[in-house]
Ligand binder design. Structure first.
Ligand SMILES: [Zn+2]
Length: 148
């Protein structure tokens, strides 16, 4: 396996840091997001299409988002109860939990999509052949699956 067979970063920490700083996990290029709730069609530097040609690709991103929100919720709840014990303000906590989970889901959205992409790239590294597909295809064409 030569370096050109996998034209991108494959080390998980590098991929993760790029995702968490809202850059292309593959090359570090930006902008890879369009607004807060949409990914760019392609990375402006390496040409990677964040969807990787799979229509159900971001089900994994929803899982990452759910986990992030649950951790945020559980951590915030425990911290608030411990800080206000023995008489936690239950009504306030209930309202805060709602704001935290809904707001947290929106806040985490682009991060979780890119973290999932980074995770996927670490497990299934980009091949030269797939990258060629990313660079040549029409940006909105998600039906023409790349050959791996
Ligand atoms: Zn890139």
């Amino acid at each position: 396996v030569s370096a050109t067979d996998h034209p991108g970063e494959r080390r998980w920490p590098v991929l993760l840091v790029r995702a968490l700083t809202l850059r292309c996990p593959n090359c570090g290029g930006r902008p890879i997001i369009r607004g807060w709730l949409h990914l760019a069609d392609q990375c402006p530097r390496c040409g990677l299409r964040p969807q990787r040609g799979e229509s159900d690709y971001f089900i994994g991103a929803y899982l990452v988002n759910l986990i992030a929100i649950e951790l945020l919720f559980a951590g915030g709840l425990v911290a608030a109860i411990v800080a206000t014990w023995p008489s936690p303000p239950w009504a306030l906590l209930q309202a805060a939990a709602l704001v935290l989970t809904v707001g947290g889901a929106v806040f985490c959205y682009p991060f979780t999509k890119l973290v999932w992409l980074a995770f996927d790239l670490s497990l299934r590294p980009l091949t030269a052949r797939e990258l060629e597909w990313h660079r040549q295809g029409a940006p909105d064409d998600a039906t023409d699956l790349p050959q791996r």
